[in-house]
Design a protein around this ligand. Structure first.
Ligand code: CP
Ligand code: NVA
Length: 284
């Protein structure tokens, strides 16, 4: 992670000027079973800037969408392309693809994890606040979805405190907390979690694939919004972050979103830089 984060800084600084083309002559498939703006655009641009050719494949347009098994799709791809970026539902599908394709496979979001997002977020925090080690990051909202879970895995590795403010039903499982290790506090008390935090972070209340639970989620998560009164409890100058897309009036109010748009859209931009560093690492 440290190497990728350091490289991401170089990728950002030298964009348009760097000579190195680690993906020269390669074709990378972007296989997406879910919608995407940021991840798709940043990977398509990133692969091209590193000298490779991105090939976008919507899962519904290839035989995967008609039920061809992952392991067969993977074995075909592994014989033709050099790497894959995969956005899908089950984490095990990405892992199976990696195993059967034998090519570098990047997780572009599953129901369970969104690692590229968190790396871009950490790059953003380090740009704005310096090293993340020792800082307090408070996640507010659906604390059991892919984004906070990837935050959990980062916490122990990089030595920052993670607080997850969510109703009991939307907190990560004990098994997951055990697997992640590190300093992680889960609480239903959103005010206590926000107190003195360096970063307040949120994500949608209804993740992709959870649409049938929409009404129940909006009701249960109502009190877990980042707004001006919550920001007042954080450390003065604390960052407010959102992985996007944002639903104003739900997980964040419009005023707080716009007041922090500079940080939020830097997070989105850093997806490009950090993922170029990931791609470079994957072929090195
Ligand atoms: N944050 C994020 O992954 O955005 P997309 O769903 O638009 O890719
Ligand atoms: N938790 C959200 C993240 C979107 C980038 C989802 O899975 O829909």
């Amino acid at each position: 992670m440290e190497q990728i984060l350091a490289d991401a800084v170089v990728m950002k600084r030298e964009r348009g000027r760097h000579q190195s083309q680690p993906l020269a002559g390669q074709t990378w498939a972007l296989i997406f079973s879910k919608s995407s703006t940021r991840t798709r655009v940043s990977f398509e641009v990133g692969v091209a800037e590193l000298g490779g050719r991105p090939m976008f494949l919507s899962a519904v347009d290839i035989q995967l969408g008609r039920g061809e098994p992952i392991k067969d799709t993977a074995r075909v791809m592994g014989r033709m392309i050099h790497g894959a970026v995969f956005r899908t539902f089950a984490q095990s599908d990405v892992e199976e693809f990696a195993q059967f394709s034998g090519i570098p496979t990047i997780n572009a979001l599953t129901d369970e994890e969104h690692p590229c997002q968190i790396l871009a977020d950490i790059q953003t925090i380090q740009e704005k606040l310096g090293v993340i080690t020792g800082k307090v990051v408070t996640f507010v909202g659906d604390g059991a979805c892919n984004v906070p879970v990837s935050w959990m895995f980062a916490a122990a590795k990089l030595g920052f405190e993670l607080r997850i403010a969510a109703p009991k039903k939307f907190q990560p499982s004990v098994a997951l907390l055990k697997r992640a290790g590190g300093k992680i506090l889960c609480t239903a008390d959103v005010k206590a979690a926000a107190k003195g935090a360096d970063v307040l972070y949120t994500d949608v209340w209804v993740s992709m694939g959870k649409e049938t639970e929409s009404a129940a989620r909006l009701k249960a998560l109502k009190g877990y919004q980042i707004n001006q009164s919550l920001v007042k409890l954080a450390r003065p100058g604390a960052l407010v972050m959102h992985c996007l897309p944002a639903y104003r009036g739900k997980e964040i109010d419009a005023e707080t979103f716009e007041a922090n748009a500079g940080t939020i859209f830097t997070q989105a931009e850093n997806r490009l830089h950090v993922q170029k560093a990931i791609l470079k690492w994957a072929v090195s």
